[in-house]
Design a protein around this ligand. Structure first.
Ligand SMILES: [Zn+2]
Length: 322
């Protein structure tokens, strides 16, 4: 009997991660390819098409076929049309791209597209550390701060697909300039780029060091690096208080490159968060490390595709985003 798999693609500035999983999120195969992001829309679509074709080939090799395909992408994804609503840094020409229509034409299977942080939250909810949660809040700590939420079984998207910008809630109204153009965002204090910039400032460097340099310095015992990292972690915990009081999650899943590299980071975030919460927000609250690691984006997108097939939305409409 032919098995039904779901294909997921995770588009990043340098790489496309791609994989196949079962409807329960068991990985069958995965790989990564250059995304050609700097070459513009056509080159990115071609790279996605090539990666998708390989996934279809792998499904056949594994005695199955692809039931539906999902893509996680940076940017604000229109919740109805599946197009990108606003320009995205590092992805030239991505604004306005009808990705779902492109996939339907190239692959002939139902397709979905989600913001990458939302896809990752869904992946943790369906087959990761947030399985069984009633209200899940997910945070990713990497170069920036990503956020996602699944509320009573539904992925929270917002009016234009712009919900859960966890990194851009206000931490210090007249504080540091954020990469997004606003002032005082939490990401400027607790995102990798914000912490690296602050480390550079305290070192007296004209140029900001890399995020991985900061984390490596911290791991090798550099006290200034650890001071900056610890401050960033505590800020994130305290800042997440706002989101927790709004959403009342029972499970908070925290992952990302800095969390994977630095176990102390998660401990400090949780300690700081708990010390800032109202008793009702603390009741039944669990904080856990993300399980999906760097496959979170593609597996979450694949499981969005699986979910929409299961809920029959795509079969009724013959394709399209949720
Ligand atoms: Zn910002």
């Amino acid at each position: 009997m032919t098995k039904e798999y779901f294909a997921g693609l995770d588009l990043g500035g340098t790489q496309i991660k791609v994989g196949l999983c079962t409807p329960d999120g068991v990985e069958i195969w995965s790989d990564r390819f250059p995304s050609n992001a700097s070459l513009g829309q056509e080159a990115i679509l071609k790279a996605l098409e090539d990666a998708g074709n390989i996934a279809f080939e792998e499904a056949r090799k594994n005695d199955g076929e692809v039931g539906a395909l999902g893509l996680g992408t940076p940017g604000v994804v229109d919740p109805d049309k599946g197009t990108i609503r606003f320009p995205v840094a590092n992805l030239g020409g991505w604004h306005g791209t009808d990705i779902v229509g492109f996939f339907r034409e190239k692959f002939g299977v139902p397709s979905v597209v989600e913001n990458d942080a939302n896809a990752a939250a869904w992946g943790e909810y369906r087959s990761g550390a947030g399985k069984g949660a009633r209200n899940l809040l997910a945070a990713t700590v990497g170069t920036g701060i990503g956020g996602g939420a699944v509320i009573e079984g539904e992925l929270l998207k917002g009016a234009v697909g712009g919900a859960m910008e966890l990194g851009h809630i206000t931490w210090e109204p007249d504080g540091r300039a954020c990469n997004c153009g606003l002032i005082g965002c939490m990401e400027a204090y607790s995102g990798g780029w914000g912490m690296a910039k602050e480390w550079g400032r305290r070192l007296g460097n004209a140029e900001a060091p890399g995020v991985s340099d900061l984390v490596q310095a911290g791991l090798s015992g550099d006290s200034l690096a650890n001071e900056v990292l610890d401050e960033g972690a505590r800020t994130l915990g305290a800042g997440m208080m706002s989101a927790v009081h709004l959403l009342n999650p029972d499970v908070i899943v925290i992952g990302g490159g800095i969390i994977d590299a630095r176990p102390r980071h998660l401990e400090l975030i949780e300690e700081s968060l708990r010390s800032h919460l109202l008793p009702k927000a603390l009741a039944d609250l669990t904080v856990v490390k993300a399980k999906q690691g760097n496959r979170a984006g593609w597996i979450g997108a694949a499981l969005r595709a699986a979910h929409l097939i299961q809920t029959d939305d795509l079969k009724k409409s013959g394709g399209g985003n949720s």
